[in-house]
Design a protein around this ligand. Structure first.
Ligand SMILES: *Cc1c(COP(=O)(O)O)cnc(C)c1O
Length: 433
């Protein structure tokens, strides 16, 4: 690479300044490139499928802000709506019309959602879903899956130690053992591990929370029957089923994974796409459960910026575009071309790797073994991923800086960009040997 190395001087200078005033120089840890080495790029602007860093380097972007930007950066509809609104005030702390419009779009599209409450992040959505489930069942226990991510609320920052599906151990410092003790960890795609926990706690589990398409251990699709099995088990044991569709909502299908796989949860967590790149989350579900929330019921939940007009506007514009006939089909076609191209590149280079894709989220795992859960995903060669990441960056392709984060394809990506990405991947994989 040597001579044609891109210049990252300004990013490096900004990172040094950031380290003086922000812990680790970043406001969210994966951004720090800890998993791939090197120092993070500071991004100056984005248009469509491209971002440009502060040194003027241009990249095809497959992070897309970790999913919200399904229309690409600075989409004209989103920008136009925000520009019109911002002149008339940015927050009122009182109801405003766009909340009703976005809520109507969500209720009409997502099968399980009869009522929806907007919050400011996916984390808050999942936190509120747990509180609702506990209030609804009068139970404290929660089952989550190893490698499932539901934001950074205490009770959900728990993973099983290797191979264990016993009482949770906190995986973040600062989480009281007493909180973590209510969180039980099962293995994704393993109904037996869920049933064992339910049997051991027959009247103790309030809810099972799951990413119906796991996308935070890399992309791992649900095995046939897995989601149906979760629906049956939770019903049998009187627990609620919570789908965390913060990534899959409005992406896997207009109604999310629950539409695509035909399994209806009791509660659904949304975020990312429904805010079109502004801070939003939402929790929705059956009327009977949602009516427990204040002011109708005893479950307290509130937010100074909840239902923020700018965020609602970006969400409305984004959902209307996504829901246009043919939009998600176009995204499926583009994404399938990327998948096929990467599989071809892996074959050309003779690399031991596999590609997982569901709709427009995708992961290239550096392993030749099957990946069905967190344990098998963890067998991927992370050091090789780090070198692949930097090779792609050098060729103008910006990937998520972790083996365990999904690539996001947007409606702004073009067939030519997909082909350029595949060519770059073939070169980099061949160089890696
Ligand atoms: C991103 C994410 C969250 C958390 O959302 P934030 O807006 O970052 O708080 C929750 N669940 C899933 C599945 C996510 O991907």
């Amino acid at each position: 690479m040597g001579d044609d190395m891109r210049n990252h001087e300004r990013s490096e200078r900004l990172y040094a300044q950031a380290l003086e005033v922000i812990p680790g120089g970043v406001d969210s840890p994966v951004r720090a490139y800890g998993a791939v080495g090197g120092s993070p790029l500071f991004i100056a602007r984005g248009h469509g499928s491209h971002i440009v860093d502060t040194d003027g380097n241009d990249y095809i972007d497959y992070v897309c802000s970790w999913g919200p930007l399904i229309l690409g950066h600075a989409h004209h509809r989103v920008v136009g709506a925000l520009r019109d609104l911002v002149m008339n005030g940015t927050s009122f702390g009182a109801p405003s019309p766009l909340e009703v419009q976005l809520a109507r779009l969500v209720v009409d599209a997502v099968p399980s959602v009869e009522l929806v409450r907007f919050v400011s992040s996916g984390t808050e959505a999942c936190m509120t879903a747990l509180r609702l489930a506990r209030a609804s069942t009068g139970r404290d226990g929660i089952i989550k899956f190893a490698g499932g991510y539901h934001g950074h609320t205490d009770a959900l920052l728990v993973q099983a130690g290797s191979g264990s599906a016993t009482l949770g151990v906190p995986s973040s410092a600062g989480v009281p053992a007493a909180f973590a003790g209510h969180t039980l960890v099962a293995d994704y795609n393993d109904l037996g591990s869920v049933e064992a926990l339910l049997q051991a706690n027959p009247d103790g589990v309030a809810a099972v929370i799951v990413e119906p398409v796991a996308a935070n251990m890399g992309v791992v699709p649900p095995a046939p029957g897995f989601l149906e099995g979760l629906r049956d088990l939770t019903t049998r044991y009187g627990a609620l089923l919570i789908f965390d569709e913060v990534i899959s909502g409005f992406r896997i299908a207009p109604g999310g994974a629950q539409e695509r796989y035909g399994v209806t949860p009791d509660l659904t967590c949304l975020g990312k796409i429904i805010g079109g790149g502004l801070p939003v989350g939402a929790v929705g579900g059956r009327r009977g459960v949602m009516e427990l929330i204040a002011p109708l019921g005893p479950v307290y939940q509130a937010g100074t910026l909840s239902g923020n007009p700018l965020a609602m506007a970006a969400g409305v514009e984004t959902l209307e575009e996504v829901l246009r006939p043919g939009a998600l089909d176009k995204l499926e076609t583009l994404s399938s071309h990327l998948e096929e191209g990467l599989v071809w590149a892996i074959g050309e280079a003779g690399t031991q790797a596999r590609v997982h894709r569901v709709g427009s989220v995708l992961t290239l795992f550096f392993t030749d073994g099957e990946v069905t859960n967190f344990e098998s995903a963890s067998r991927s060669d992370r050091e090789r991923f780090g070198r692949f990441f930097h090779g792609m960056l050098e060729r103008g392709v910006y990937l998520p800086p972790s083996q365990f984060e999904a690539w996001f394809v947007s409606l702004a990506h073009t067939q030519e960009e997909i082909e350029a990405t595949v060519d770059a991947a073939r070169e980099v994989l061949t160089d890696l040997g």
